[in-house]
Write a protein that binds this ligand. Structure first.
Ligand code: R5P
Length: 292
């Protein structure tokens, strides 16, 4: 794509570089200096296209810092480009998409105003937690999925009679899509939380189905690892073989990765929407398709 700039935010350098190569756009790098009080000073190096800029910046922790950097990059790009697309591979705050309890602020509504105000004409996210969050945006919004990329990776592994498993009913559709892409079957576990003691209980109608099989637990994101650990402990008790985890966004807060491995998970595989040890699946081709 001639006359297009990809502006690389600090949180998504690798993905921005890969995307710029895929769409043959000019890469504009940014450098960030964070002052002792937490303020970021961003400097861009490179020429911004007058026609179109694509800002790539994930909003993972430190969430508010990365969000403000994304908005600043968009605002700067809009000073030169007539069109600015915000590619936010991991869209933090997407879980705050409705008022669960009275008085709660729906932060996705705030984000919708901020992205528009900064000058974005379109926002693209990868596996947004729920597309409900996009209904507050008055600019164009698009969700793309990393599922085909993740499936491609897993197809190369030699798995024994694999089965796709969702750790809860909320992720059932995701597991179904993953299984369909793979040409496999899926099940979704029932997660029940005791309202008094907060303990989580896992159940499934078809526990026998997992015996002796390799399982792929599919989720959109891993934060503390709690959901994956509970599911793995349950599945191991049902005498499954190995447990693999496929997720788009591996936040892996604190020692989540260690705890997940300790629970019996053989391998965690995630997309490069968040850089890290487990982020071995590149989604730049999926994002490129949404742009051209
Ligand atoms: C839940 O609705 C999400 O899909 C994830 O399962 C959840 O956010 C993961 O969080 P954690 O790793 O803290 O259990």
């Amino acid at each position: 794509m001639s006359n297009v700039s990809v502006i690389s935010g600090k949180s998504s350098e690798e993905l921005a570089r890969k995307l710029s190569k895929k769409i043959k756009a000019n890469l504009v790098k940014s450098s960030v200096r964070v002052f002792p009080d937490g303020e970021s000073k961003i400097t861009l190096s490179g020429k911004i296209s007058k026609k179109k800029s694509i800002v790539v910046q994930s909003i993972y922790p430190p969430v508010d810092t990365n969000l403000l950097q994304a908005l600043s990059l968009i605002s700067k790009a809009r000073e030169t480009s007539s069109q600015v697309i915000a590619v936010i591979p991991y869209l933090g705050y997407a879980r705050q998409d409705r008022e669960f309890l009275s008085g709660e602020i729906v932060t996705m509504k705030v984000l919708a105003k901020l992205f528009k105000g900064a000058g974005a004409s379109k926002i693209i996210a990868v596996d947004i937690h729920s597309t409900i969050g996009f209904k507050y945006f008055t600019i164009k919004s698009q969700n793309v999925t990393a599922i085909p990329n993740l499936v491609k990776y897993f197809k190369k592994l030699s798995l024994k009679n694999p089965l796709i498993v969702s750790p809860d009913q909320g992720g059932k559709e995701r597991a179904k899509e993953f299984a369909k892409e793979f040409g496999l079957e899926y099940i979704a576990l029932h997660k029940k939380r005791d309202k008094k003691n907060g303990k989580v209980q896992i159940k499934t109608k078809n526990a026998d189905e997992v015996i002796g099989r390799d399982l792929i637990l599919v989720d959109d994101m891993i934060s503390t690892g709690g959901s994956i650990i509970n599911a793995t402990q349950f599945l191991k008790k049902q005498k499954c073989r190995r447990v693999y985890v496929a997720c788009t966004h591996a936040l892996l807060m604190n020692d989540a990765e260690k705890k997940i491995r300790k629970s019996g998970v053989t391998k965690i595989v995630s997309a490069n929407t968040i850089p890290g040890k487990t982020s071995v699946v590149d989604v730049s081709d999926t994002i490129a398709k949404a742009i051209v």
